[in-house]
Design a protein around this ligand. Structure first.
Ligand code: KIV
Ligand code: ZN
Length: 525
């Protein structure tokens, strides 16, 4: 009989903890809302005890999300479990996810615990979690490198103590697909009580087999798959949700399984996550890559024109890419822009639409045609910063979109002059307007961006601020392409994101830094 496979999304926990993937509270909330629209079954919102910021975001997500279960990770320690419960208890369907390593190397060198201690801790801690919550998931960290008999013993004790889901992580991405399916089949035969709980698989991508291993787990009998959007996660990442989902859907015949996901939300969700972490979509990324549905060779084009299924095993529409032959440019009206944004998955308020449309018009003066990626960058950038410079006059626009919110306290770029050369030290002159007055600073730097950032930091009084990440990518091809810069600034506990968009990449870099600085000032107010 066809089984329904549950999708457990850990983008906001295992994904977000990877270098370069940090998100702030607002960003995590927007991802959680999008995951709810996508229809995942469980959102792992974070690791509540790991920091006050994580606690707050798990708590906010738990209180906001209605259509998915919300889970927090916890080590097998009473305090972790107490805090995880405190964070998720307001969820419609809360889950506590606790873990304990079961491989020899982890037990001996990391935990310094004997096998007997691990068995009894697993049992006691599941029972502890169970006092709070009926929905308890227990993971044997490094399960695929654990001795099978011992793994079966620990899992059996966890089930006896009340675990409702048992997760089998391939923590270091070591397993092969054959081993993974074989392990799940073996556990189903040897773990006491396993028929009464859901088996989950959680695979890392160190050898590039995370998706294959996850699917092999399903073949072996797993009822839940743990994934992240775009496969972000520790080291080489986790199993990519969009790949696992589309494999299960496209090859439902092979897996004899179904998923409850609305796959037409995949593309938008993927773009959102890439945009929030400041990465461009890799060209050849399966399912969501720019080239995923392009056919370049003549033979392929001919085949697809005769019958799409010659070279297409799924359609772009299935993941939410709706082809549109209309070119947006100078002569396009507000309705055309609004319609295209709707097709791309954006629902904007009238004010947000106005802001975007103004930015769109400004960009049309610089570019002949505005692509979908340009349009998405306009929305993600919140548009205000683009307009502030591109129109030549400062525009303070509040935007409820994903990022920007310029206020009367914001600094706005008035002018910049940046010089750099092979034999000379980079120098910048930056002029910002704040509360009706202009402020100018000159700074040197290790390159044009550094010089500009030094001057901006002086004007805005940004002290003890660390540039946690800087990314730049072009939203389309051609030398007139828009450069989208995303910077993350860290100041003590606060992590803020700033964005800038311009056909001039120095300008985009400057706008992104000012945008982030304004957000930091707003937070510290
Ligand atoms: O990879 C892993 O083992 C984990 C566990 C905490 C589930 O992320
Ligand atoms: Zn993991």
């Amino acid at each position: 009989m066809t089984r329904n496979i549950l999708i457990y999304d850990t983008t906001l926990r295992d994904g977000e903890q990877a270098p370069g993937c940090s998100m702030n509270l607002d960003e995590k909330l927007s991802v959680a809302r999008q995951l709810e629209l996508l229809g995942v079954d469980v959102i792992e919102a974070g690791f509540a005890i790991s920091s006050p910021g994580d606690f707050e975001s798990v708590q906010r997500i738990a209180a906001t999300i209605k259509d998915c279960s919300v889970s927090s990770l916890a080590r097998s320690l009473p305090k972790d479990i107490d805090v995880a419960w405190e964070a998720v208890q307001k969820a419609v369907n809360p889950r506590i996810h606790l873990f304990l390593a079961t491989s020899k190397v982890h037990m001996q060198y990391k935990l310094r615990m004997s096998e007997a201690d691990v068995v009894s801790t697993a049992s006691r801690m599941v029972a502890h979690a169970k006092r709070y919550c009926s929905n308890v998931q227990f993971s044997c960290e490094d399960a695929t490198r654990s001795e099978r008999e011992f793994l079966a013993l620990v899992l059996g004790e966890a089930i006896k103590a009340g675990a409702t889901t048992v997760n089998i992580p391939d923590t270091v991405g070591y397993a092969t697909p054959e081993e993974m399916s074989d392990l799940i089949i073996w556990l189903r035969e040897h773990v006491v009580g396993i028929d009464n709980v859901a088996i989950s698989v959680h695979c890392h991508n160190d050898l590039g087999m995370a998706v294959a291993n996850t699917l092999a787990g399903v073949r072996g009998g797993a009822a839940q798959v743990e994934c992240t959007i775009n496969g972000i996660g520790e080291r080489a990442g986790n199993a990519a949700l969009e790949e696992v989902a589309m494999a299960l859907k496209t090859r439902a015949d092979h897996f004899d399984a179904s998923i409850a996901l609305d796959t037409t939300k995949i593309y938008h969700t993927s773009k959102l996550v890439y945009s929030l972490i400041g990465q461009g979509v890799p060209l050849n990324k399966a399912i969501v890559g720019t080239n995923a549905f392009l056919h370049e060779s003549g033979i392929h084009q001919h085949g697809v024109m005769a019958k799409r299924s010659t070279y297409e095993i799924m359609t772009p529409e299935q993941i939410g890419i709706f082809q549109n032959n209309m070119v947006l440019g100078k002569h396009s009206g507000r309705h055309a822009v609004e319609d295209r944004l709707k097709e791309l998955g954006y629902r904007l308020s009238p004010d947000e639409l106005n802001t975007c449309f103004e930015a769109f018009k400004v960009i049309c003066d610089k570019k002949k045609s505005v692509s979908d990626s340009d349009l998405e960058a306009i929305v993600n950038t919140g548009s205000a910063a683009v307009l502030a410079v591109a129109s030549g006059a400062p525009v303070a626009l509040a935007s409820g979109m994903s990022v920007n919110s310029e206020t009367s306290k914001s600094y706005l770029l008035q002018n910049f002059d940046v010089h750099s050369g092979k034999e000379s030290t980079a120098v910048s002159v930056i002029c910002l307007r704040h509360a009706g007055k202009d402020f100018e600073e000159v700074s040197l730097g290790d390159g044009p961006v550094d010089a500009a950032y030094n001057a901006i930091a002086k004007i805005m009084g940004l002290k003890n601020v660390q540039l946690a990440s800087y990314t730049i990518h072009s939203t389309s091809d051609g030398t007139d392409a828009l450069g989208e810069v995303v910077v993350k600034l860290r100041c003590e506990e606060n992590l803020v994101t700033g964005r800038g968009l311009s056909t001039d990449i120095i300008e985009a870099s400057i706008l992104a830094y000012i945008n982030a600085g304004n957000r930091l000032i707003l937070k510290n107010d």
